[in-house]
Design a protein around this ligand. Structure first.
Ligand code: AHG
Ligand code: MN
Ligand code: MN
Length: 411
């Protein structure tokens, strides 16, 4: 297709304002769920773009500025996502370049994180990139990350590491897994970043005299407002670093998918309403753990393997071993991704705060479900920052089959 210079200029200079009619329709709000914050976020007004620049599409920047216009109370949140936007692009570049001979220092860091795992150097770098990107937005006081022992302030390095600093003027709390699936990096397989955003929880009561090291971990985390259930999330997103770089986002009213256009350096809206198929025939588990799973899950999976399950369809198995990649495929093609409870790990492997809850929020907003087998993942109140959670998420009918099997088992 031939694009005239004039058109390109028009798009790049005026794409957000003068050259195109601003979006005028809003997606109807979804049915409100149980909790108050859920009800609030379900009322978020989201733009629908009736005229789009052929050259640039709808960039994440334009999307966020229109969200801010429609929801003035979310202005600060959209600024925060400006930082996330930049961080994801930077991380995408780092991941892409990490296997070049000139990047050989991006190997194992040699340190061990709080989970007792070797930290790849990229894990540490990714943590830093996100922390700084969010700090410079000025909208965030506190964050919790897979790579930090406890929730940390986002102040410069001259402030003691892991000291909790609360600035009441800051509106949001971020939780994230800076680089999910990092053991895949050396093989060039998909990795990702998971982000959850909470408001400060006014109900988080602690001893106000506790300062720094005097706080118990629970007090410190509560002080940092990071111990909130998924139902309190006001936004969640993931970046997937794969054959393309994707950015999936929910503000509580549907899921928006953006794809990075390397040529213009922008995330461009590629699916304004991601919906997971209601049924499917793909399952995604580490099936080497099969013998140690709970009996109801074993029964359901056996039925899917041999086509005697509820849908009478024989399932296929797909497992990357990197949650963001596995969940992304599950969202698009349907199916079930899970890291369930097993005899060796009764709480599974994935972390509730920065893996389970944000990804469950996205999954539910795409019309899917997320369960431990007996409980909705979004409703679990975390007790500690690095708490693990058994989790299965995906197509509604398939997850319901699992929930029903667990309910029968319990009776
Ligand atoms: P992380 O790299 O952040 O530690 O997460 C890895 C997780 C998750 O991405 C994936 O679903 C799971 O570990 C895979 O675990 P197994 O290797 O036990 O299957
Ligand atoms: Mn992870
Ligand atoms: Mn990680």
């Amino acid at each position: 297709m031939r694009i005239s210079f004039a058109a390109v200029t028009l798009c790049s200079l005026y794409g957000n304002s003068l050259a195109f009619t601003r979006s005028t329709f809003h997606r109807p709000t979804t049915v409100a769920l149980s909790a108050t914050i859920e009800e609030k976020v379900a009322k978020t007004r989201v733009p629908v773009f009736d005229e789009v620049c052929d050259t640039t599409g709808v960039t994440l920047k334009r999307f966020m500025s229109e969200v801010a216009m429609l929801n003035p109370e979310l202005k600060e949140l959209t600024v925060l996502f400006g930082g996330v936007d930049t961080a994801c692009k930077a991380l995408s570049n780092l991941v892409k370049r990490s296997q070049l001979p000139s990047s050989e220092t991006l190997g194992y860091e040699g340190n061990v994180n709080i989970q007792g795992e070797d930290q790849k150097k990229l894990d540490v770098i990714a943590n830093d990139v996100l922390k700084r990107a969010l700090r410079f937005t000025g909208r965030l006081g506190v964050l919790a990350s897979e790579e930090e022992d406890t929730p940390v302030d986002v102040m410069p390095d001259n402030v003691k590491r892991n000291e909790i600093v609360i600035d009441e003027s800051e509106k949001y709390v971020a939780v994230f897994d800076p680089l999910d699936g990092s053991s895949n990096i050396d093989a060039g397989c998909p990795t990702g970043t998971i982000i959850g955003i909470y408001e400060h929880d006014e109900n988080c009561v602690i001893d106000e005299d506790c300062i720094g090291d005097e706080c118990t971990e629970q007090e410190a985390a509560c002080l940092a407002n990071t111990l909130q259930p998924g139902t309190n999330l006001v936004a969640a997103a993931y970046c997937l670093y794969s054959s393309s770089t994707f950015f999936a986002l929910t503000l509580g009213n549907g899921v928006y998918m953006f794809t990075l256009d390397d040529q213009i350096g922008e995330f461009v809206l590629s699916n304004p309403d991601v919906k997971i198929p209601e049924s499917s025939s793909i399952m995604s588990f580490n099936s080497a753990n099969y013998d140690d799973w709970d009996q109801p899950l074993k029964d359901v999976v056996k039925g899917w393997e041999n086509g005697t399950g509820k849908s009478k369809t024989a399932f296929s198995s797909r497992y990357i071993g990197a949650m963001v990649g596995d969940v992304h495929r599950t969202l698009l093609y349907g199916g079930v991704f899970g890291y369930p409870s097993d005899k060796k790990s009764p709480n599974g492997k994935l972390r509730l705060l920065y893996e389970g809850a944000p990804m469950s929020f996205i999954m539910e907003q795409a019309g899917g479900l997320a369960t431990t087998g007996t409980q909705r993942v979004m409703e679990i109140m975390p007790e500690i920052v690095h708490q693990r959670v058994p989790m299965m998420m995906g197509s509604k009918n398939d997850i319901e089959e699992i929930i029903e099997a667990y309910a029968d088992w319990k009776q």
